[in-house]
Design a protein around this ligand. Structure first.
Ligand SMILES: [Zn+2]
Length: 342
């Protein structure tokens, strides 16, 4: 933690239920998450940084689409979800629980234990087989990004993969299968994550989903023009459907072409400020994308997380506002998805 940080910032930070809504895991499985090692997020750093819950993503890279590559992606996603579930154990003095509902995340805070929330990154994980959505959900996945970099059978991506033969747009947003996937995700209570999708895909997903969509890790285009960021009209749409943008700690999304050591929590808070002014405190949250490209000078890893709270306190956010940004809004979206499932 920052030596200059006022003690009340630390106390307020530690009192909050804090959720980092997007974290990657090494694959094949890497350093032990219970040791303070090379990962940006491990249990010692979560505890030190006052993070209650982390959403850990089973990420599958986009590949050329064929039955064989789709089967391989599905196998990888299920194996990664099993590895994420295995993090829910007692080891090295840490109690970690897998939490797959809003109530379970709140219980983890109440009981002062750490929570792991499974997620899936890239709808390519299901290939073209909608029955796989229920299996991923049964393995705990609470949200799934419709795409990663590269179009898939469900939707167009914000970042077409020329090396895979992608044109600017393949489906003009969602495919018919993508719309059916959203209906199935709604049915099983899996939140639709619009991070990584094209602007048309995002618009159509927001309109198609019966429950609020969110971006678990994006920033705002008004401050940094990047295909992964949200235009103001997209922020307005998120507000209109009750969704949330989780501002993320990726340097190149925060300032054009910036390297991590050129970016600070002030840049991060600028994006929070813009989104809050535009669409209100109920529609903005916080994520790191740690171990997947996130992190900058004074938020290098989960252990530094109180620096974000300190910067937001300096800007006038009170405890209630911080509670919404750090997880309250995300929990609302989870809860609505739970209520409307079935
Ligand atoms: Zn991502």
């Amino acid at each position: 933690m920052n030596d200059a940080m006022p003690p009340d910032a630390i106390a307020i930070h530690r009192s909050l239920l804090t959720i980092d809504t997007h974290i990657d895991i090494p694959w094949p499985t890497g350093p032990d998450p219970f040791e303070d090692g090379p990962r940006c997020v491990d249990m010692p750093k979560m505890r030190r940084g006052g993070i209650t819950a982390g959403c850990f993503a089973a990420y599958v890279p986009q590949a050329p689409r064929s039955p064989a590559t789709e089967d391989a992606a599905y196998a990888r996603a299920t194996a990664m979800l099993q590895a994420i579930n295995a993090m829910g154990r007692n080891q090295a003095g840490f109690t970690v629980r897998v939490a797959t509902t809003a109530a379970e995340i709140e219980a983890a805070k109440r009981d002062d234990v750490l929570a792991v929330v499974p997620a899936v990154e890239n709808g390519f994980a299901i290939g073209a087989d909608l029955s796989r959505i229920a299996v991923l959900r049964a393995l705990g996945a609470r949200y799934m990004t419709m795409t990663h970099n590269g179009h898939n059978a469900l939707a167009d991506s914000s970042n077409p993969r020329r090396d895979l033969g992608d044109r600017d747009a393949e489906h003009g947003g969602l495919s018919a299968l993508g719309r059916a996937a959203i209906a199935e995700m709604n049915r099983v209570g899996m939140v639709v994550d619009v991070a990584h999708v094209s602007r048309d895909s995002m618009l159509q997903a927001a309109e198609t989903s019966r429950t609020p969509v969110l971006s678990t890790h994006s920033c705002v285009s008004a401050l940094c023009d990047h295909p992964r960021n949200m235009m103001d009209w997209q922020l307005d749409l998120l507000r209109d459907v009750g969704g949330v943008i989780q501002i993320t700690a990726v340097a190149a999304f925060l300032r054009p072409n910036a390297k991590p050591d050129q970016v600070t929590t002030a840049d991060f808070a600028d994006h929070i400020d813009h989104a809050v002014k535009r669409i209100g405190i109920d529609h903005v949250g916080i994520s790191s994308d740690f171990d997947g490209g996130g992190g900058f000078s004074d938020w290098r890893n989960a252990g530094d997380s109180a620096n974000v709270t300190a910067e937001l306190l300096r800007r006038g956010y009170d405890r209630d506002a911080l509670a919404k940004l750090w997880g309250g809004n995300f929990l609302r979206v989870l809860r609505i998805a739970e209520e409307k499932a079935g």
